[in-house]
Every structure is written in C-alpha cells, then in structure tokens.
Design a protein around this ligand. Structure first.
Ligand SMILES: *Cc1c(COP(=O)(O)O)cnc(C)c1O
Length: 366
C-alpha cells in the first residue's frame, strides 16, 4: 500500500503515442521557438477556456509580471492580493514596480475575502489579483463589483484552476486578463515550464506579446523594452496533445474529490474542503484541515502515503515580506490554516482503491 501524491508517469503512459509523436514533429520541423505549434496551442487554449486571445509565455510567474507590466503598473501603485497563495502572485507585483497589499482569506474556501479587499483599498490601489486557489474560484461576483465601484483592474490567477467556473462562467473571463501556469503538476501540465495569459482585449494581448518577445512582434523591430519569456515549440506541442484530455481529467478529479468527501466526512477531526454552491471546483489540490497536521502527515508517510502542504507559511509571514512587519492577527484565517492544511494524493488517474488506502490511513491515525 503506497499512494503517490501525483503520478505524471502514469498520465504519460496513457497518451504516450500522442506525446512522442508531438515531440518528434517539433524536432522534424525545427519549430523550437514560436512557430506553428505555439500558434496552434494559443488558439486551442483560448478556445478551451472561452477567451478570445491567448499569449503564451515561459511560465505562470512571467504571465503575472507581463500583464502588470502591460497595464503600466508604476512605483507607488498598490495591488491587492491574497495572503494564501504561491509566492509568484505577490512577488510579481513587486517586480512589476508596485506595492503588495495582502488580504486575509474568507475562512472557508481558502480564497480572498471580498470584505478584506474592500477594506484594503486606498487612493493608490490600482488592481486586485484574486487566486482561484486549489481549483475553487474566488468570489468573482463580489470582487468584480468592488473593482467596478473603485475602477480597479482585476487579474485572475488561474494557475490552479483550468476549466473552473463561477456561476456557470469560465474563470479567467471576469477580469482584464487571467494568467495560467502549465508547470508539470498543474491540471494541464507541460514537460517543463510553460505559461500563458488570456484576455478579451486585443490591444492588451498585443502589448503582452511584445513585452514577452523583446518588445516587438517582428524581428529587429523593438517598440518597447521587453523580456524574453516564450513558450517553446516542444512544450506547445505537448500541451496541444494533452489539451483534448483536460475535460475528462477534470471530471475524474471531481469524481475523486466526491469519493474523498463522502469517506472523510465520517471521520472526526477532519475538515473536508468547503465548496460554495455555484463554484465549480477543479481540484488541482484536495486539501483538508486537521489540528495535528504534522503528526498526521508523518503517520501517512510512514504508511507510504504522500501528502503535501500548500503552503506551510502564508505569504505575509514569509521572510520575503518581513519588511511589512505583519502579525498573525492581521490575517487570522491564513495564519490558522497554515498549520492545519494538508493536501492529499489527487490526480486524474487515482483509483478508488488508492483513495481507500488514504482514507484508512487517516482513519487509523490516533
Ligand atoms: C504555479 C503557480 C504560479 C506560478 O506558475 P509557474 O508556472 O510555476 O511559474 C502562480 N500562481 C499560482 C497560484 C500557482 O499555483
């Protein structure tokens, strides 16, 4: 009895022919940088997530930077984001030149609390970056209402939320732009680093594309100062080969989550993920709460069951943000959660038997 946290090798084995063919085609066509495979993936991904324009880039971190740079974020600007995310979300606000303003989560969904967003707004605020953490959409109705009222832009960090929906509307279609990561372990993963921005706004899309490609779309014509952040042809072809499976993989994750929900809700001391009605969770991660998280994780590890903590320290309490001098009482939910959260094995191919082993492991923990 041993259950991996995720199993990328198994996913590869199920579609090995298509992946191997895709890689061979890129090598045959010498299409390593830009080229038809990248163009095709951008078109296909835009259509898969119901947005007009997709600009691919090197990773999900660059995607966040590129949107803010394209939106002309400036020193003195304040950008609001959640206390509970991967560090890229906050770090790119700083690298784009603005100041990070953290907000606590809502205490139930691990996503940003709209009331905290409203309270954090100052005359310097220019935008909000909600994160659809673990695959559950943030409260986009409330966030968009706040953004409209205060004339702020919204960038949705969709790195963990491919195909998630809020009230039947695809995530990534609410704000000015949305960013995706195709890090290998994400719900749609490359075989290396990869990312993208999607937006309805053609001018914003063009500016982002220029910034990602040395400041111009035509060689030697540099209209602005850009960076080098490109999706390579191999990753694009691999992603295109995987994309047709994303709907099925997402359903499989949701079914696995249902199985965990019904088994784990019988066990005292476990808090299963709370999903608000109208929010279509895609379970990049299935994260429970337990008061003795570290002991439980060690016990499961001794039984061969891999778990992970996403993330052990909430962003405001990381050394990277010590300059703000934040205290636990500033972000009580994020602070409380950081010592309780535990992500269980979750991947499209996980079997009911493997999940039963996880559940039995948790049940036998004392
Ligand atoms: C993975 C992730 C990122 C960064 O994506 P990379 O492709 O690893 O750079 C950003 N935000 C969130 C919420 C993520 O999970």
């Amino acid at each position: 009895m041993s259950v991996p946290f995720a199993d990328l090798q198994l996913q590869y084995q199920t579609i090995k022919g298509a992946i191997d063919d895709a890689i061979a085609a890129v090598i045959r066509d010498n299409a390593f940088i830009r080229g038809s495979y990248v163009d095709r993936f951008e078109r296909d991904f835009a259509s898969a997530v119901s947005v007009e324009h997709c600009v691919s880039c090197a990773n999900g971190t660059d995607a966040l930077y590129l949107v803010m740079a394209a939106l002309n974020v400036r020193p003195g600007d304040e950008v609001i984001t959640t206390a509970h995310s991967w560090i890229s979300t906050a770090a790119m606000i700083t690298h784009a030149g603005a100041t990070v303003k953290f907000c606590d989560t809502d205490g139930a969904t691990f996503t940003i609390d709209p009331a905290a967003v409203e309270a954090a707004i100052t005359p310097r605020t220019v935008g909000i970056i909600p994160v659809h953490l673990y695959g559950q959409p943030a409260d986009m109705a409330a966030i968009m209402a706040i953004a409209e009222k205060h004339r702020l832009w919204v960038i949705e960090d969709c790195a963990q939320a491919h195909l998630a929906q809020f009230d039947g509307q695809a995530v990534g279609t609410f704000g000015a732009a949305a960013t995706y990561s195709f890090y290998p372990g994400k719900n749609l993963g490359a075989m290396g680093d990869a990312g993208a921005v999607v937006t309805k706004d053609p001018e914003l899309a063009e500016r982002i594309a220029m910034l990602a490609r040395h400041g111009g779309l035509v060689k030697h014509q540099h209209h602005i100062e850009g960076i080098n952040s490109r999706l390579d042809g191999l990753q694009a072809a691999i992603l295109s080969a995987k994309l047709p499976h994303l709907v099925g993989w997402t359903k499989a994750r949701q079914e696995a989550a249902k199985r965990y929900d019904s088994a784990l809700s019988q066990i005292e001391a476990i808090e299963i993920p709370q999903v608000v009605s109208g929010r279509d969770h895609v379970y990049h991660l299935y994260t429970i709460k337990h008061p003795k998280r570290d002991e439980l994780a060690a016990y499961l590890a001794s039984k061969g069951i891999q778990t992970a903590v996403n993330y052990p320290t909430a962003l405001p309490f990381l050394p990277a943000y010590s300059r703000f001098g934040h205290r636990p009482e500033d972000f009580p939910h994020a602070f409380r959660d950081q010592s309780r959260i535990l992500s269980l094995p979750m991947f499209a191919e996980i079997t009911a038997a493997q999940q039963q082993d996880v559940v039995e492991g948790i049940r036998s923990f004392r």
